[in-house]
Ligand binder design. Structure first.
Ligand code: ZN
Length: 272
């Protein structure tokens, strides 16, 4: 695969580069797309970021991120989450993002009840879906590895995410991140089931041993995930979007940004 089919998730170089610098680097390296994070967009200003991305000719493979429906306490906390998600949808629309990536939230701070947390996630998604549909921004539900169930996402498997999509209907799909789903014995069947509801495809690798379950992601090829096999299944299911490289890594954050990006391009070509 070539750089034209790659998107750079800006978290990959978040310690080295501003969003402005990421946009310039993508253009310089001939990368097709970018997936910014909201803090970087806010720092630059939404309109300015949207213009710069457009001027650089980049596709926006997703905006990171909405969700976190379970984070607040009480009615006010829930309302704050919904308001913030609607703002995220507006930002995604302004950027022309192909989806808003949803990290749905872990256990509620006041409850150990997983079913309560999952119900709050579903209610939150239902509540913002009309706004997303009106804005033309699909919600990409990203199942996260179950190790993050307590603090980040009670949505753990692709099958679970697709059950939610079935309940939500139009305007909901999934973001498939190999780091989170590679271990799932049901992955191939669920990718087939997802079909064109796959809205984003994120790659990195699972290092062995891993030193941090969130911030020790590997460069494709450095770990144990059969990325190309998953990529081929995703393509066979009908996904035609970009392959987004998303590496949250204390190790890669200490390296020269141009070196990191050049390595991403080489590895995507070799392993995706
Ligand atoms: Zn991801």
């Amino acid at each position: 695969m070539s750089a034209h089919l790659m998107s750079l998730n800006t978290a990959t170089v978040r310690e080295q580069m501003s969003l402005r610098q990421c946009i310039d680097a993508c253009a310089r390296f001939g990368i097709a797309g970018i997936s910014p994070w909201r803090d970087g967009v806010a720092a630059m200003g939404v309109d300015k970021a949207a213009r710069a991305i457009r001027d650089a000719g980049l596709a926006v493979s997703g905006l990171c991120r909405g969700g976190m429906f379970t984070a607040g306490v009480g009615a006010a906390g829930r309302q704050a989450a919904l308001d913030d998600n609607r703002r995220a949808i507006d930002e995604a629309a302004a950027l022309g993002a192909s989806c808003l990536v949803m990290v749905c939230g872990g256990l509620a701070p006041d409850s150990k009840d997983l079913s309560v947390a999952r119900a709050r996630v579903q209610d939150g998604l239902m509540a913002i879906l009309p706004h997303a549909r009106a804005a033309g921004v699909p919600l990409a539900l990203e199942p996260l590895h179950p190790m993050t169930c307590a603090d980040r996402s009670v949505l753990s498997t692709l099958g679970q995410a697709l059950d939610l999509c079935d309940a939500l209907g139009e305007g909901a799909g999934v973001a498939l991140d190999v780091y989170h789903v590679w271990w799932d014995p049901d992955l191939s069947a669920q990718i087939r089931r997802a079909g064109t509801r796959i809205l984003a495809f994120h790659v990195c690798d699972w290092l062995m041993p891993t030193t941090d379950t969130v911030f020790d992601r590997g460069m494709p090829g450095d770990g144990v995930i059969e990325i190309r096999a998953i990529h081929d299944q995703v393509t066979a299911a009908g996904y035609r979007g970009l392959t987004e490289v998303e590496i949250l890594s204390h190790a890669w954050w200490t390296r020269d940004a141009d070196h990191v990006i050049a390595t991403c391009i080489d590895r995507v070509a070799a392993y995706c």
